[in-house]
Write a protein that binds this ligand. Sequence first.
Ligand code: PGA
Length: 239
Amino acid sequence: IAGNWKMNKTCQQTRQYFEEMLPGIDCEGRDVVICPTYLSLKDAVEATAKTNVKIGAQNMHYEESGAFTGEVSAEMLKEAGVQFVIIGHSERRTYYAETNESVNKKVKKALLSELTPIVCVGENLDQRQKGETFDFVREQIEKSLEGINDERLVVAYEPIWAIGTGVTATSEQAEEVCEFIRGVLGEKCKENSEKIRILYGGSVNASNIKELMSCKDIDGVLVGGASLKSDFVKIVNYE
Ligand code: PGA
């Protein structure tokens, strides 16, 4: 269960969040990851050091170092105590021209650096309405994961029309695509496809978590808005 804070919370707000939330979070049998902004990573790592909550970044560069103004490398994230990294979120694909090709380079670099990549895919409303969802998601997976077969991969299916809109995909819609993704991973990654974790993301909240998590091919969730609030404790502790 991963929380993506996007561009929210200062360092001070990060520390306060963990002070208030950590006592309530029960990680027993669940992997819990929070992805704050780069600046808050160190505070988040420190605050969670004695707990099972893990910290992830929201992006990284695929090169080791060099003239890439504004970018952060895998090594820098590792040194800060980061264990996960979101790669290819639709907001990065839309606003920062992230492509399947750059996602592919980043995923390879993350795995080499022993960071667990959470690779995001998902169609927009127009594509869904035109019946292009499966073709589009297949292309994203095939290109983003070209040359990669690794059980540590995490793939997040995030239909763009469900992100930040309050419109969650129904559990049938979410499972249908996650099952499809498992099949595409099976063609690519053979037996590893059963171990690769598939998350659903898009307006996940405390009321829909249980139903989403009961789906066969949904192993977890990527939570945006609701991860900023006390709701996240309810999501993590869902029964
Ligand atoms: P949301 O965002 O939960 O606010 O819809 C999900 C995401 O973008 O990962």
